[in-house]
Design a protein. Structure first.
Length: 229
């Protein structure tokens, strides 16, 4: 083998070695990234399952820690009930609860029973100015429906959870039914000189009904329809 042939063989060997090294590095890098993604996925999966009862030891005698408070539980039911409302502008839900934590009735805003919601107007305003072309003369508020849906149980001395601060007419019905406490989520912006504010204040003071704003412990509750076993 002459000098030229030796140089060609050496160069070819160097090129092949470089290609092999590059290929090996690429495969190693790819495997590392794949392993990294797999490890990350495993970490996320384990984190997601860490709060599931299936990940707990069957011999662990302690109770589950992340559960709903009573207030969040009943307010969440009021919010869920609001999803049944067909009102295109505002959906309100309510949940009537005994002081023993028993749900007595739930309701949402909508038209009265046996009145087709396809034949009555859902509009907030009338083009002609006729109030009968709007929803307001026909709709039943969530608070009233919750009280009326109690299956003949008494509302006296009970608590009412509602997603929105009750209007004056509903406040009178709530007090008249004997409800002793109202817990609301959204408060209408009223000033101290507003007639609605004064009426609410007077009714609250005279009736002794406690009214308080809900203080949530959670920002959201995620519901999934899935097998819990």
């Amino acid at each position: 083998m002459n000098t030229r042939e030796i140089v060609v063989v050496s160069a070819t060997s160097a090129i092949l070695g470089a290609l092999a090294s590059a290929l090996a590095f690429r495969l190693f890098s790819s495997n590392s990234k794949t392993k990294s993604r797999a490890d990350s996925l495993t970490t996320l999966t384990n984190a997601a399952l860490s709060d599931k009862s299936l990940s707990r030891s069957p011999f662990d005698p302690s109770k589950r820690q992340k559960y709903l408070s009573w207030d969040d539980y009943f307010m969440a039911i009021a919010f869920l009930s609001a999803e049944r409302s067909k009102d295109p502008n505002r959906q309100v839900g309510a949940c009537l609860v005994s002081h023993d934590g028993i749900i007595l009735g739930i309701g949402y805003n909508g038209f009265p029973r046996r009145c087709s919601d396809d034949k009555l107007p859902w509009a907030k305003k009338s083009i002609s100015g006729d109030p009968l072309d709007t929803k307001y003369p026909y709709v039943c508020h969530a608070e009233v429906n919750a009280i009326l849906n109690t299956n003949h149980a008494s509302a006296v001395g009970q608590k009412l959870y509602v997603t929105m601060f009750p209007c004056n007419e509903c406040a009178k019905i709530i007090i008249q039914s004997g409800v002793s406490e109202v817990i609301y989520f959204v408060e209408k912006k009223l000033n101290a000189s507003d007639v609605n504010y004064v009426v609410h204040y007077n009714l609250k003071a005279l009736s002794g009904c406690v009214v308080r704003k809900h203080q949530t412990e959670l920002n959201e509750i995620l519901l999934k329809f899935e097998d819990q076993l």
